[in-house]
Design a protein. Structure first.
Length: 500
């Protein structure tokens, strides 16, 4: 048995030659043979191996075949660690009985599973490898270019493979991250969460669609220390970031209205990571600069959300407008012209994106290893209370109960409200659900109200461009909404905070 410890990065095909030149030029780099690998992935029709968190393949290379099974492993901040068993075979079909008997779950009927095995998908790619020494550690770097494909009923579907894998052959895990950062500082890269097998299952429609509510509370336990808390917050944030990124890139063009919300959740996840580093006094100037750069790339989110709000629920916001059809058509056109897909690709092409991801992975492992210390001398519950109280006092300063707020003021406070909600997302699981949810509900309503106010502002631009006068209607809707929000805000301010 081998235990793979690897880091996977994704890149664009046009960067291939630049990447090869860079890897050739690195100190202590030795290029190895270039091989063509064909891989057939097997499972039963009811995906029994997948249910056991196992992956089975037969790999062909240079006229030889090898069967491999990977068992349940872990992914922490983009570093994959998964036990695997490799055996040479002389046939195209795998033989499960050749693997050690102790890898299977208790009472598993391997004979029955073997009889039902079928090839679900293939991954075929050219692999170019390097052995690179990083201090006293040896890393194998594999550049894979090819495709994952599924053939069913005579029809073939495929997706490209452009991956760079760093596998630790000997030494310390930190060598993977150090080498990854060196590459990502020069060539646009991003963490790769999904394995080739996972992508194959999805392409074969044998895996459920990606889904994630990014503002779900993070699982923390009252008894853990702040070091454990910080690693949980960072690893969960990185995991959600990668999943949201995949959801955005895989969203069908016909689901254009969903993309702004996914991008909002992506930005929320990144902001939560930034907020966490700030709370633990770990937000360096270089990290801060990369966060700022990504914020700049995501500056379209508010406009996208406003347009999406106009179009949502069959344009319910403008349902009673006689000119609904024209307004909706123009809103859709504006959303299309925003070209979110191109803006996302531009962000991914910025080296700050992958560099920030890898820097956070580096920090995460440094904390786990004790190389970066958490010097805050308090227990988790007290720390959580302090963070939420500080956030609450900021909100009180911005919107005191005796002040009357305007539509513009509410929209200017959107970021502060978001940040306050993120603090609750991080530590909310430490408190009783009833008191926590009752306190948070009116503030979440205010956030939705602010989004609707922004949609009204967007409608003002749209109607003006169409030479349609709905100014009186918009003013009445805005004034009514602000009146309701003011009532909700004063009610919310009178509630006792659940952390006190």
């Amino acid at each position: 048995m081998n235990a793979e410890i690897e880091l996977k990065l994704l890149f664009q095909l046009e960067q291939q030659q630049t990447l090869i030149s860079l890897l050739d030029s690195l100190p202590n780099s030795e290029q190895q043979a270039c091989r063509k690998l064909s891989n057939a992935y097997f499972d039963t029709p009811d995906l029994q191996l997948r249910l056991w968190d196992m992956g089975l393949r037969v790999r062909g290379c240079d006229g030889k075949r090898e069967q491999t099974i990977k068992t349940a492993g872990t992914v922490i901040g983009g570093i994959h660690s998964r036990p695997e068993y490799n055996l040479d075979i002389d046939q195209a079909e795998p033989d499960l009985n050749l693997f050690p008997s102790n890898i299977w779950p208790d009472a598993a009927n391997i004979t029955a599973v073997q009889s039902q095995l079928t090839c679900l998908f293939d991954t075929d790619f050219e692999r170019r490898t390097w052995h690179i020494y990083v201090d006293e550690s040896l890393v194998e770097v594999a550049l894979d270019i090819g495709e994952v494909s599924v053939t069913r009923d005579g029809e073939t579907k495929s997706e490209p493979i452009c991956e760079l894998e760093f596998e630790l052959m000997a030494g310390k895990t930190g060598a993977l991250i150090e080498l990854g950062i060196k590459v990502a500082e020069t060539i646009p890269m991003r963490l790769g969460k999904a394995s080739k097998a996972f992508r194959g299952y999805r392409l074969a429609a044998q895996s459920s669609p990606l889904s994630l509510e990014v503002l779900e509370f993070i699982a923390l336990e009252a008894g853990q220390d702040l070091k454990q808390t910080l690693t949980s917050l960072l690893s969960t944030g990185l995991d959600r970031w990668q999943q949201l990124e995949a959801m955005i890139l895989e969203t069908d063009v016909h689901s254009l209205e969903q993309v702004p919300t996914l991008c909002y959740r992506l930005r929320a996840c990144i902001r939560l990571l930034r907020c966490t580093l700030e709370q633990f006094n770990l937000l360096s100037d270089s990290l801060n600069a990369n966060f700022d750069s990504i914020e700049g790339h995501l500056s379209f989110v508010e406009t996208g959300l406003s347009l999406s709000e106009v179009l949502s629920h069959n344009c319910q916001l403008i349902a009673k407008q006689p000119t609904k059809a024209k307004l909706a058509e123009q809103a859709l056109r504006a959303l299309q012209q925003l070209s979110i897909s191109s803006l996302m690709q531009k962000m991914l092409a910025d080296t700050c994106y992958g560099s920030l991801q890898l820097s956070l992975v580096d920090l995460l492992f440094a904390i786990r290893a004790g190389e970066t210390r958490v010097d805050i001398k308090t227990d988790l519950k007290t720390f959580a209370d302090q963070m939420q109280e500080a956030s609450w006092q900021k909100i009180l300063g911005l919107m005191p109960s005796e002040a009357d707020l305007t539509s513009c003021e509410y929209q200017s406070f959107a970021r502060a409200l978001d940040d306050s909600i993120f603090v609750g997302v991080a530590y909310g699981e430490l408190y009783t659900r009833q008191s926590r949810d009752a306190f948070r509900a009116p503030w979440q309503d205010l956030v939705l109200g602010i989004r609707t106010l922004a949609a009204y502002r967007q409608l003002a631009h749209i109607s003006k461009s169409l030479d349609i006068d709905i100014s009186d209607w918009l003013q009445n809707k805005e004034e009514s909404l602000v009146f309701a929000m003011e009532h909700s805000r004063r009610s919310a301010l009178s509630n006792l905070p659940y952390w006190r």
